[in-house]
Design a binder for this molecule. Structure first.
Ligand SMILES: Cc1cc2nc3c(=O)[nH]c(=O)nc-3n(C[C@H](O)[C@H](O)[C@H](O)COP(=O)(O)O)c2cc1C
Length: 257
């Protein structure tokens, strides 16, 4: 007996086949898009790390520069120890920071992030001969409206700033978004994070830093609160609950080489 496509069973069969076809198409597209999103994230990560290390790159050479000059490392913040790990490009600190098994509550939360990952990915940047050129460390914290994410590059003295990059934030366009402008980023070059007593001294100065102030960076008037957020995140990340044990460990490690 021939199958009647205009019957109730025929309509059901058509609907089921159509649903299956659509779900396969959606699953396939989601898979492709996820892979593309991951590839985009990896590319942006490489470009941002190079920016923070003050290494000029463009679309044609950033992958080569990153693979030849940068070594990502996973470190435990509490003691600065390195954890051997093969592929670190997809490590997700943000997920780790909200997972109670992989994060710690912060006591003095100047960055206003509540918890931070126990293990953080950092980047050792070297010159063509393999000699240490800079360290790039992730920093983030609350601005006025949003969590601001960035990287900071330090010279081997672990005090002098090479460059910063703030690659993600939700501050107001035209007001708080000065943090991602090239002219403001340039003001960080050569500034010192710590004072002579080893205390975090970097300040975003309302009204502008005085000439010769090695710790002061010009604030932007009318956007003091975003600047204060940036200063507070630096205070947190370079304090005892942030990078302090790691910086000691890195100094010891490099001195022993
Ligand atoms: C709609 C709106 C958006 C604002 N966005 C920001 C911002 O993104 N960052 C910021 O620091 N201040 C922003 N402000 C201004 C702050 O509320 C505050 O007045 C300013 O940061 C104080 O800076 P001042 O002491 O230099 O005047 C915004 C104000 C308004 C009304």
């Amino acid at each position: 007996m021939a199958f009647n496509k205009d019957s109730v069973a025929g309509t059901f069969l058509f609907t089921i086949v159509l649903c299956l076809l659509c779900s396969f198409m959606i699953t396939g597209t989601a898979g492709v898009l996820k892979e593309r999103k991951l590839a985009k994230q990896r590319n942006e990560l490489m470009q941002n790390v190079l920016l923070a290390a003050d290494i000029p790159s463009d679309n044609s050479n950033f992958k080569t520069l990153f693979s030849t000059r940068v070594t990502p490392m996973l470190v435990t913040l509490a003691d600065g120890q390195t954890i051997p790990q093969d592929d670190l490009l997809d490590y997700d600190e943000r997920m780790a920071a909200i997972n109670p098994e992989h994060s710690s509550k912060i006591a003095k939360d100047t960055a206003r992030i509540k918890t931070r990952a126990n293990q953080i990915r950092i980047f050792r940047v070297h010159d063509a001969q393999g000699k240490l050129q800079s360290w790039v460390l992730p920093i983030y914290g609350k601005g006025l409206w949003s969590i601001i994410y960035g990287f900071i590059g330090l010279t081997p003295d672990l005090n002098t700033i090479e460059a910063v990059v703030f690659y993600e934030h939700g501050e107001t366009p035209g007001i708080g978004d000065f943090i991602s402008h090239q002219d403001w980023r340039q003001k960080w070059h050569g500034k010192q994070l710590f004072d002579a007593d080893g205390k975090v001294a970097l300040k975003i100065v309302k009204g502008g830093a005085k000439p010769g102030d090695l710790n002061g960076i010009d604030g932007v008037s009318g956007a003091t609160r975003t600047g204060a957020g940036v200063q507070n995140m630096i205070s947190f990340w370079f304090g005892d609950e942030g990078f302090a044990p790691l910086l000691n460990q890195l100094k010891t490690m490099e001195a022993a080489k």
